[in-house]
Design a binder for this molecule. Structure first.
Ligand code: F6P
Length: 542
């Protein structure tokens, strides 16, 4: 990457000026000047229609953003990622989640070794397991068929599987029940254990490292529950009810899981980029291996688009640059993700980890301060539920919050007028967020004078409308890959490493050092006084 500081680039100075002029204009005025903005700022690829017309941009801004991308070496950085260079510099790793969705006939050398056969070997073994369980050939310790799948994992080993299961429920088998356990809070696993029969359950322990505290505790509790439910002791029971998804064979075997039932992936797949690796085993159980391949094909189609489409038609590039304009030049801190599709209800939670764990950084790859605001806060809820909750603040609060509104043309559940009403809400909200209601409009509508201030909607909330035909496996893959590459684009421009997560480590260390003090009377001198008091309170009340 170009070593020049971001703020020292020519394009940056130009963008700073544009932020004060065009960025300060109202979206309403931008449309008054040019009613053809939707044609100019809408792009379609891989079944996704990206409409950026309700953003505070003009073609001059977009051109300057392209210049910035070029000055920051975006194309070279992208090619380096796809070529398997060790762009995750703080962990000295390649970043190759895109390899996970390569077709069987492709080749890709990573550190001198073609990884595509390895990837497909794992996919094939996953498919065999899925067929064996779904057909009833695989039975549990008492000979009972498997009726329930419980995925135990956290972060990237949970959020992708949960999101994909919910998003693709329409395609899921009804012969299996699915549960997802992540929190170290015992309530999470306890409530699942109350609802299932361990003797008819296959537990997937999903952990890249197989050392994550939450996952290992939950896996142990699940194992205890299985052993307690056995009619008689059976040394082979764990192997019949537990499979693992991990990069760490030794730890898997130490846990008692047969490594023949371990599905591997590689250190060049980050946790939050792993839902299309073996971490997606629960997804494959739900939708079957053919539909899982379609999911991978959707990811791959977006990878190819990102690699080859010119900047002006490149969806991840456009979304990444406009997001960066909002965050670093217009100072907009957060983006609400508003899916108008119930199946996408966990998509905001999934994006939170993908985007915030990736770009929540303040130093560049070489340890210098970035010097501008980076990663936006992403959050959200499905469509109309959010409208009756937090949209008030979106519309009339004092902060400007950008929005990604996701619209789906065809519902899987055609039920009277439900879907038309849903879409009318999505488009209505996008309209109000962007254009608002001016005093003049209210007066023209005879709104009583004393209510005009209360009913005025400032609008000017930068709003992206992302539309897809339907939520199917292919489209979901393409949508996730769109956001993955958007994150990458922004990381390159900011000069940060989106693929490490040092910020989460210290909290884990602190928790480990506090744990023994909660249940002992040991002196607390090593802790700050606030922590000491909290520990004392807990000791008294536990
Ligand atoms: O939260 C930190 C993190 O390392 C995430 O990046 C990762 O997805 C999660 O923990 C779970 O890690 P593992 O899959 O190794 O259990």
């Amino acid at each position: 990457m170009n070593a020049t500081a971001l703020t020292a680039t020519k394009a940056w100075s130009r963008l700073e000026l544009l932020a004060q002029t065009i960025g300060a204009q109202h979206i309403r005025d931008l449309f008054n000047v040019d009613a053809h903005r939707p044609a100019a700022f809408t792009c379609e690829a891989v079944g996704i229609r990206l409409d950026l017309s309700r953003q505070r941009i003009t073609s001059t801004v977009v051109e300057a953003l392209y210049d910035l991308a070029n000055e920051r070496g975006l194309a070279e950085a992208r090619d380096a990622m796809f070529a398997g260079e060790h762009i995750n510099n703080t962990e000295n790793r390649a970043v190759l989640h895109a390899a996970l969705r390569l077709p069987r006939h492709a080749t890709l050398e990573v550190d001198g070794h073609d990884v595509v056969p390895d990837i497909h070997e794992v996919l094939d073994r996953m498919a065999e397991l899925v067929t064996s369980v779904r057909s009833g050939a695989w039975t549990g310790a008492t000979g009972a068929p498997i009726r329930t799948i419980v995925n135990i994992g956290i972060g990237g080993s949970d959020l992708g599987p949960v999101m994909a299961y919910e998003a693709l429920r329409h395609y899921a088998t009804h012969d299996l029940n699915f549960h997802f356990v992540s929190n170290v809070d015992g309530t999470d696993i306890a409530e699942v254990l109350k609802a299932i029969d361990p003797l008819e359950t296959l537990f997937i322990v999903a952990s890249k490292t197989f050392s994550t505290q939450e996952t290992m505790m939950n896996a142990q509790s699940a194992r205890d529950a299985l052993l307690a439910s056995l009619p008689s002791p059976d040394a082979g029971a764990v192997a019949k009810h537990f499979v693992a998804v991990s990069t760490n064979a030794q730890r898997v075997s130490d846990f008692g899981i047969d490594t023949n039932n371990m599905f591997g992936f590689w250190d060049w797949v980050g946790g939050r980029y792993s839902m299309d690796s073996a971490i997606g085993l629960s997804t494959m159980f739900a939708i079957g291996s053919d539909a899982f391949r379609m999911l991978l094909d959707g990811f791959h189609a977006m990878d190819e688009h990102f690699k080859s489409a010119p900047l002006a038609e490149n969806l991840p590039v456009l979304m990444g640059l406009v997001g960066l304009w909002n965050r670093s030049l217009l100072g907009i801190e957060t983006v609400a993700v508003l899916p108008y599709d119930q199946y996408l209800k966990r998509f905001p939670a999934y994006l939170q980890q993908l985007i915030m764990e990736s770009n929540g950084k303040s130093v560049t790859k070489d340890g210098q301060s970035v010097g501008v605001h980076t990663g936006a806060v992403y959050w959200g809820e499905p469509g109309t539920n959010g409208q009756h909750s937090f949209y008030q603040l979106l519309h009339q609060g004092t902060s400007t919050i950008a929005a990604d509104v996701l619209v789906v043309a065809q519902s899987h559940n055609k039920l009277g007028a439900h879907h038309d009403v849903l879409v009318s809400n999505a488009l209505g909200q996008a309209n109000v967020l962007a254009f608002g209601r001016s005093v003049e409009q209210l007066v023209a509508h005879n709104v009583p004078a004393e209510l005009v201030a209360h009913k005025t909607m400032p609008g000017n909330r930068p709003t992206t409308v992302i539309a897809v035909k339907t939520v199917d496996p292919f489209t979901l893959g393409a949508l996730v890959a769109l956001y993955e590459h958007m994150v990458f684009v922004q990381g390159v421009i900011w000069g940060i490493n989106p693929f490490d997560q040092w910020g989460v480590e210290l909290g884990k260390e602190m928790a480990t050092s506090i744990a023994p003090f909660l249940t002992s009377d040991d002196e607390l001198d090593g802790f700050d006084t606030a922590t000491q008091e909290s520990i004392r309170w807990y000791r008294k009340n536990r």
